[in-house]
Structure formats: C-alpha cells, structure tokens
Design a protein around this ligand. Structure first.
Ligand code: ATP
Ligand code: MG
Length: 193
C-alpha cells in the first residue's frame, strides 16, 4: 500500500482486519433492507478498505471503512460526471460506509491497450511526484506523448471535475484497476478516494 493511503487508513485498518468474517451476508442484507430494495448476490472484490458486492437490482454495493471514499460519494451524487460511475446512494452505519454505485459491464484491466495508456500516465506523474488533479492536468497539456492520445480529453474532463473537490486531498484518482467500461462502452472511473 502506498504511504499516503496507509496514513489515510491507519485509523481503520485494524477494524477492517477484524472484519475477516464480516460482513455476514444475511446480517448485511437485513441492515440494508430499509435502504435498498435489493439483496446481495455475492462478492466481486475486496481491497484494503472495502468490499464490493453484486446486488440483485444490478447495482454494486461497496462497504468500506474509508470515510474519504464516502465523502467523495456524497459529492458525486450531487455532482455527477459522465466519465465517473453513477453514485446512487450513500450512508453511514457505525464505522462503516455503504455506497451504491452503477455496475460497470467491464474493467479496463481486461484491455491491455487501454491499461498501457493509463500506466504510462501514472509513470510520468510519479516521476514528477504528481498526485493531485491539477498536476495530472498539467501533464496531459504539456507531455507530447499523452496529449495527442484519444483518451486524453476524457481524462481531462474527469480531472477537471475532481479539481472542484478542493476541500479533500485526493489520493487514488488515476489507477487502471479503478476504471471500468459502462453499458454504452464509455470509460468510467470509480473507487475514487
Ligand atoms: N461499479 C462497479 N462495477 C463493476 N465492478 C466493480 C464496481 N465497483 C467495484 N467493482 C469490482 O470490485 C473490485 C473492488 O472494488 P473497489 O475497486 O471499489 O475496491 P478495492 O480497490 O478492492 O478496495 P479499496 O476500497 O480498499 O481500494 C474492483 O476492482 C472491480 O473489479
Ligand atoms: Mg479499487
């Protein structure tokens, strides 16, 4: 885990580690019953702070200990963007945050050509110690290798949108593991924190 993410999640890591046997699907289903008219079908994936589930209504439910992911979800529900997965519902339950998101039909990780564009971008950004939207935007403007790429206008639009969340220090904004492909074949970012 990157140092910044580690620092961001230190408070919650132990708690999440204890969740090895949690969330119990049945208990979680009764917990979410009044919020969503849908049940958990099964787990899609889990990371350092959370678990993503497939829901019976076709959406994805993310249960996370990351309060920043929750804050961003609240922002994106009010301020949607066509290149960000649709955030539909978000609420807090004790130390956990529940986020309902549009299900993306495919992941960029399954498409090596798209992955290589984003990996190149991340590599250039790392060399410049760039982690925030504004300096990513500078790279996209000024680097001749990326600025002519067909995906660049999409990424610029997405980053411009994030620039408006000035009160949060964003960490995970460009990560090929967190970019999907929507039903209409557009690129959509998710798991932004
Ligand atoms: N909206 C979605 N549509 C389709 N698949 C999804 C969606 N959200 C998550 N997934 C799948 O679940 C996996 C894990 O979800 P996500 O990226 O949100 O969390 P994570 O990276 O595992 O955890 P962390 O919150 O700790 O970073 C993703 O890599 C992806 O394969
Ligand atoms: Mg992820």
């Amino acid at each position: 885990m990157n140092w910044y993410k580690l620092a961001q999640t230190t408070d919650t890591l132990d708690y999440f580690a204890e969740l090895d046997i949690f969330p119990d699907i049945e208990k979680t289903n009764s917990l979410i019953q009044e919020k969503i008219n849908a049940r958990i079908l099964g787990e899609i994936g889990r990371g350092d702070n959370g678990i993503a589930y497939d829901m019976s209504n076709g959406d994805v439910l993310k249960i996370t200990t990351n309060s920043q992911e929750y804050k961003i979800a609240l922002y994106l529900m009010q301020n949607p963007n066509k290149y960000i997965a649709e955030y539909k519902q978000a609420w807090q339950e004790g130390d956990l945050y529940f986020i309902v998101i549009e299900k993306l039909k495919d992941m960029v990780v399954n498409h090596p050509m798209i992955v290589s564009y984003f990996e190149d971008l991340v590599k250039i950004a790392k060399q410049k110690s760039c982690f925030n939207p504004s300096c990513f935007l500078e790279i996209l403007e000024n680097n001749s290798y990326v600025n002519s790429h067909p995906y660049t206008p999409i990424v610029k639009n997405y980053l411009d949108h994030l620039t408006d969340i000035s009160s949060l220090k964003l960490f995970d904004i460009i990560n090929p593991a967190n970019i999907g492909i929507s039903k209409d074949d557009g690129l959509k970012f998710f798991d932004i924190n």
